[in-house]
Design a protein around this ligand. Structure first.
Ligand code: G6P
Length: 611
């Protein structure tokens, strides 16, 4: 939620900041703003996208070799020019950008108002910069100390950067609960919410920890904890290539990422499966092998698409490892008083590794003594740094807000985990493992084949682009695929879509079916095939339009459905990895045909770092 960028060094700050904001726009795109130090503080901000800000400052001379920028996903205060960041102190000498929420801004604001502070926005962020100014006025502390003291008084989450009119050689950055990376160059430093704005300038980065403040000048950087202890930061090397952040000839990042799936699934399995030996190796969790033999239960916590991946994981883990699995929305789990014991394994799934509710669910499970594994895509993000162990998905940066390749990579990791746990618990035979892994090894090629249906799916999209509703139905592990198909369609095309277990249709959704209702079935040849066929007939009998995802060579469904899309034959365990592909493409093409902004759907953000 919200992207922040900062620069201090010898180059022109503006181009670096604007480029960085474009890279971070997936985090929010309600408004954007910059602050530059050019013989004094200059602030420019505008409601809308980063490109609106660029148009706004066209013709303005934007000098300075220090500055910061922000792209906002609105929480406190509507998206507007005045609520855009940066925000300034009352004396206009300080500016701040912020990602997160200051939860106790209300009482702080009240006190400050009673002391005569006047606020120009509705944001929680403005309260923080006034608080810093107030501390300076009351105590005479320098800016460094005033910021640190102010941060001891706020409750909530933040990644902030602060500049001052009186300090032409100082950026102050701090974090608690919201991500922040500092790029270390020669005589220059970069700050950003993730490494993507930094990668083309330096590969040396520091991930700031919670409750740390960094004082950054051109000569060097000092990191302290909020309780004033100096901390020597660990500089690590980024494993990220610039090409990964570009569209590479595709019209949208989403389409590029859909097409990357043969590669991303392969990368996810690389070095982890040994088909001939019937063996899975997961280095990230190998120290927990004994633990896995003795767990009573697995609880998967996640949000959004990652939660759907968790549901697929439930089928696989129960089927192969024979451990009971519960899949919970992280946001619900954290606000109950769940029963968790030391014999539980909690698996947190998150593409970004930053989702606030998932982080909080981990915190709760940790308190109760469970072992926590993470399945994350962004290396070095907060979740992999808080969990006991984990497995990265290695899907590469996912920039389209609607998750695609991250989902299939999560399902791949869950498949590997199911087999790994089964292996440790002795619930699977060697022969079965050899057969399954041999088949799994072919999945990248089969995904490639599934992608060949693209032109045909475009035709289907054209037929349904004006629909107002759509149902997605599947059984078994195709039910979460139906949920994911519905989510993809609704989030990028704004068509109301629902996913349902096919058999549950009779208990409600069937009332919606008429000649205007498209119904997408996952009707592949697996254990529920015959049952799904009956469900298709029920829809046809009510004049619904059926689009069916079927196994190559299927003739039965072809005879009943209005449209079919074939996916290659595979083991039932891997159907979700293939059946998802046409649903992603269908949502993509419908959204493009409706003129929607596919990569940046309205009101959404890729990384949800607020509750
Ligand atoms: C947001 C994104 C979704 C994502 C969800 C969970 O809603 O738009 O694509 O599935 O957050 O994010 P995570 O990073 O934890 O997987």
């Amino acid at each position: 939620m919200c992207g922040i960028v900062g620069y201090i060094g010898f180059r022109d700050a503006y181009p670096i900041i604007i480029k960085g904001l474009h890279r971070l726009e997936y985090r929010g795109y309600d408004s954007a703003g910059i602050s530059l130090f050019d013989k004094g503080l200059r602030v420019y901000k505008k409601a809308g996208k980063v490109s609106d800000l660029e148009n706004f400052v066209k013709g303005v001379k934007l000098g300075g070799t220090m500055g910061m920028g922000h792209t906002r996903w609105a929480t406190h205060g509507a998206p507007s020019d005045r609520n855009s960041h940066p925000h300034s102190s009352g004396n206009r000498k300080l500016t701040i950008i912020h990602n997160g929420i200051i939860e106790n801004y209300g009482p702080i604001k009240e006190t400050l108002v009673s002391k005569g502070h006047v606020f120009k926005s509705d944001t929680d962020t403005e309260v923080l910069i006034h608080l810093i100014e107030d501390i300076q006025n009351e105590t005479g502390f320098d800016l460094r100390e005033a910021v640190r003291v102010a941060l001891t008084k706020v409750i909530g989450a933040y990644a902030i950067v602060i500049m001052s009119e009186d300090e032409p050689d100082l950026l102050i950055a701090a974090r608690k609960g919201s991500p922040m990376v500092i790029g270390v160059g020669k005589g220059e430093y970069f700050i950003a919410s993730d490494a993507t704005p930094i990668v083309e300038y330096t590969k040396n980065v520091i991930y700031l920890n919670d409750n740390e403040v960094a004082y950054i000048t051109r000569e060097g950087l000092l990191v302290k904890t909020i309780d004033n202890k100096v901390h020597t930061p660990y500089i690590q090397e980024l494993d990220l290539k610039l090409e990964m952040l570009e569209k590479g000839g595709y019209d949208h990042f989403m389409l590029k990422e859909i097409y990357e799936q043969p590669r991303s699934i392969r990368d996810c399995m690389r070095g982890r499966i040994y088909p001939q030996q019937g063996k899975v190796q997961l280095g990230g969790i190998k120290e927990y092998t004994d633990k896995l033999k003795n767990i009573d239960r697995i609880i998967i916590v996640a949000c959004g698409t990652s939660w759907h991946a968790g549901l697929v994981g439930e089928y696989l883990i129960e089927e192969y490892a024979r451990v009971p699995v519960e899949v919970e929305y992280a946001s619900e789990f954290r606000y109950r008083n769940p029963i968790i014991t030391e014999k539980d394994l909690v698996i947190a799934i998150s593409q970004s590794g930053e989702t606030a509710d998932t982080m909080a669910a981990i915190g709760l499970a940790k308190e109760k003594g469970a072992t926590i594994f993470g399945i994350c895509n962004v290396v070095g993000a907060s979740i992999p740094r808080t969990t006991d162990a984990g497995v990265y998905t290695h899907a590469g940066p996912e920039i389209g807000v609607a998750s695609t390749k991250a989902f299939t990579a999560q399902v791949t990791v869950l498949t590997l985990m199911a087999f790994y746990i089964a292996q440790q618990r002795g619930t699977i035979t060697q022969g079965k493992m050899v057969a399954l892994l041999t088949e799994l090894n072919t999945i990248p090629e089969l995904v490639e084949r599934a992608l060949k249906a693209n032109e045909h799916i475009k035709e289907i999209a054209w037929a349904f682009k004006d629909s107002t509703n759509c149902l997605f139905l599947g059984r078994g592990s195709s039910f979460p695929v139906a949920l994911e198909g519905a989510l993809k369609l609704k989030e990028i095309s704004y068509i109301h879509a629902e996913g349902y277990p096919a058999a549950e249709m009779k208990h409600g959704p069937i009332a919606l079916i008429d000649e205007d209702m498209p119904v997408v079935f996952i009707a592949t040849k697996d254990s529920s095939y015959e049952k799904v066929i009956s469900n298709i007939q029920e829809v046809k009998a009510r004049k619904g339009h059926v689009i069916a995802i079927v196994t190559e060579g299927d003739t039965e469904v072809k005879g009943m459905a209005d449209y079919v899309v074939e996916i290659p034959q595979t083991d039932e365990a891997f159907v979700p990895l293939l059946a998802t592909i046409p649903l992603q493409l269908l949502a993509y093409h419908i959204a493009v045909m409706r003129g929607c902004n596919v990569d940046q759907p309205r009101n959404l953000a890729k990384s949800v770092t607020v509750e």
